[in-house]
Design a protein. Structure first.
Length: 249
């Protein structure tokens, strides 16, 4: 008795598979640029909002690009190509050589509260009208940041959506003592700069919603991966490393 032939499409990947990162278990840095530090990135696991310690928040930042004719795809193309340029001064985004593409890892050098912090993000998803970044262990928050553009009543709207929990108790305390407002200003600045890139001056709309007020004490051990503490220790011990290298040379 002959078996029923299989449909070739049964083994095919979903049509949007090319837009997703194929490997998300560990962050791997393909190229380290001058000034970038993969201290808290290489080999780290990506964390979803469910794996953080603090309260879960959804933050939406939107800007309407009124008065111009630009498609969502054109906005995202410009956003990807100029992503680091839109960030507030004092913060660095070391983009991968291939740009913002699925599975690529970027190194970040941030300055929350004036203190240096070395971390990174992985491009979890990227297509013509949106892209999503995922944070690693030790980052300020565990979560996803999705950048998108869409049409609304004949106008293109650019949006950043953050779904997050502070990674550990120290970060949660920092968020409650003003870190959350710093986060808001960061992305409001970014969207204002994006609009200015398209020669639009517009007000950014911000909407913040607490999705879960509970703390996840089961994730308290995330503090051992705290990138801020590790960056501070690395910076403070740099003279010791320099002296060791000099002795060996």
């Amino acid at each position: 008795m002959s078996s029923t032939p299989k449909n070739p499409e049964d083994n095919e990947q979903p049509r949007d598979a090319i837009y997703w990162a194929q490997q998300t278990s560990e962050f791997r840095v393909s190229h380290l640029q001058t000034g970038a530090l993969d201290l808290n990135v290489e080999g780290r696991r990506g964390l979803s909002p469910l794996q953080g310690f603090g309260q879960m928040w959804e933050k939406l930042y939107r800007v309407r690009l009124s008065g111009i004719t630009v498609s969502p795809a054109e906005v995202i193309k410009g956003w990807k190509e100029n992503f680091p340029a839109f960030w507030p001064q004092g913060n660095r985004f070391f983009a991968p050589l291939t740009g913002i593409a699925p599975g690529e890892v970027a190194i970040l050098r941030l300055a929350p509260g004036g203190m240096p912090l070395s971390t990174g993000v992985m491009v979890l998803y990227a297509d013509e009208e949106s892209f999503t970044l995922m944070t690693p262990q030790g980052h300020i928050f565990a979560g996803w940041i999705t950048f998108s553009a869409y049409e609304d009543d004949g106008c293109t709207v650019a949006q950043a959506q953050v779904l997050m929990r502070a990674s550990d108790p120290l970060y949660e305390l920092g968020m409650r003592l003003g870190g959350s407002k710093v986060e808001d200003k960061f992305w409001e600045h970014t969207l204002t700069a994006l609009a200015a890139h398209f020669e639009v001056k517009a007000q950014v709309e911000t909407r913040v919603t607490c999705m879960d007020p509970k703390l996840q004490w089961s994730e308290v051990r995330n503090i051992w991966q705290n990138a801020a503490m590790r960056t501070m220790i690395y910076t403070m011990t740099s003279p010791v490393r320099w002296m060791r290298k000099r002795r060996k040379s």
